[in-house]
Design a protein around this ligand. Structure first.
Ligand code: PLP
Length: 395
């Protein structure tokens, strides 16, 4: 993969016909270092957010050693990382996935949210004695831009019984939840941790680990979340309120926050119609969240040489496929002079971008390049680096 100082530098030498994924592994590394310094426990990366080797290697180089995987393909991807420890944290899995994860790949950590899934894990691992089982609790996703509730999670009234059953099967027992992706306030973590407190009291069971899931937000044009350090404080305080033993581990499992800044997509304008720009990537490509989750990614006109800018005006984008839902309303503020043949860098697409791309209409192929410059937005600027050493607990 070729390395360029920036998207503009790439355009000085090339006129790419396909969209270009511009990787910034250094941004993933910075996010991972920040999390490892500031989260008061163990940081697991949710591989589903971005599985590009250069990004995953940057996370590993920054000390991430544990990966949440969802499928055998993801297991095969993550196990290439030396020393990687894997967990299957989706609470419903196919029998073959469980069996292969345990027997072929040595995965011993599983999540579940029902007695039937517990039974399935027990059967498919032949009653293994070395399992770490996380019971996933349902929790409200009130503040998240992309709620994940209703699909998974044991309800509060069923959870005590499930925890008792899981305790009998587990060498190590944990509880987990997911507050929803792009959680715009830290309050959801506190509420969910208090739910765990009630569960521990109701069940009378001791837990060995608490996993607060993902959900940590990134910065987008329309979504400026509070400082991430506040999330860490809320989680630390909520964890300290729990009746757990000294050795109880605290774990988080971010996807988005670790990798959103680590990729841009450089797209070409194929046509302009008034305030609509037709570009060569879209909702069936890396811009799913711009079409369907209401995220406005930062966008800038990129020309090989500077100096041809004009005042910004609001534009909506259309992707290249025939489908009219292939539309990103934005608004994306771009110079009014923009037109056919221009290139736009759309930033912050590192999370749930490339992994969502389909081959619909024959699109979905990308060139790739490394960009050395800073991401278009960051939650990890120097002044946001952890100063708060007291925020650290042993994990
Ligand atoms: C079990 C689990 N953990 C972690 C994540 C990562 O969430 P996020 O990208 O919001 O941090 C997800 C995302 O769906 C998930 O399903």
């Amino acid at each position: 993969m070729d390395r360029f100082a920036s998207a503009a530098a790439l355009l000085r030498d090339h006129h790419p016909q396909r969209p270009v994924l511009g990787l910034r592994p250094h941004a993933a590394g910075r996010a991972a270092r920040w999390f490892r310094h500031t989260f008061p426990g163990t940081v697991v990366y949710a591989l589903k957010a971005n599985d590009a080797p250069a990004i995953v290697e940057a996370l590993a180089a920054a000390g991430i050693r544990q990966f949440d995987v969802s499928s055998v393909d993801e297991i095969e991807c993550a196990r290439r990382i030396p020393g990687a420890r894997l967990s299957l944290m989706t609470p419903v899995n196919g029998r073959e996935t469980i069996r292969r994860a345990y027997f072929e790949f040595g995965v011993t950590t599983f999540a579940l949210d029902s007695a039937a899934e517990l039974e399935k894990i027990w059967q498919e691992t032949n009653g293994a004695k070395d399992l770490t089982l996380f019971v996933r609790l349902a929790c409200a996703n009130a503040d998240s831009l992309i709620p994940l509730e209703h699909k998974y999670g044991a309800a509060e009234r069923e959870a005590p019984d499930l925890l008792v059953k899981a305790r009998r099967a587990a060498a190590r027992l944990g509880v987990t939840f997911h507050v929803g992706s792009q959680a715009m306030s830290p309050a959801g973590y506190a509420t969910a941790l208090d739910g765990i407190g009630r569960l521990i009291r109701a069940s009378g069971v001791m837990v060995d680990a608490v996993n607060v899931g993902g959900g940590f937000p990134s910065r987008y044009v329309d979504a400026e979340p509070p400082n991430l350090a506040g999330y860490m404080r809320e989680i630390r305080a909520g964890f300290e309120r729990l009746a757990v033993g000294e050795g109880c581990a605290l774990v988080c499992e971010p996807g988005r926050a670790l990798v959103a800044e680590a990729e841009s997509v450089l797209v070409r304008v194929e046509a302009r119609r008034g305030r609509h720009l037709y570009i060569n990537d879209g909702a069936f490509g890396t811009l799913f969240d711009a079409a369907h989750s209401g995220i406005v990614f930062p966008a800038r006109l990129v020309r090989p040489t500077a100096g041809t800018q004009a005042p910004p005006e609001p534009f909506a984008l259309y992707g290249p496929t025939c489908d009219s839902i292939d539309a990103m309303p934005g608004p994306f503020h771009l110079p009014g002079c923009i037109g056919e043949g221009d290139y736009i860098e759309i930033g912050q697409i590192g999370a749930y971008g490339r992994v969502m791309a389909t081959r619909f209409n024959g699109f979905g192929r990308y060139d790739e390049a490394l960009f050395a410059d800073a991401p278009m937005l960051t939650a990890y600027a120097e002044d946001a680096e952890p100063a708060d050493a007291s925020a650290q607990l042993s994990g």
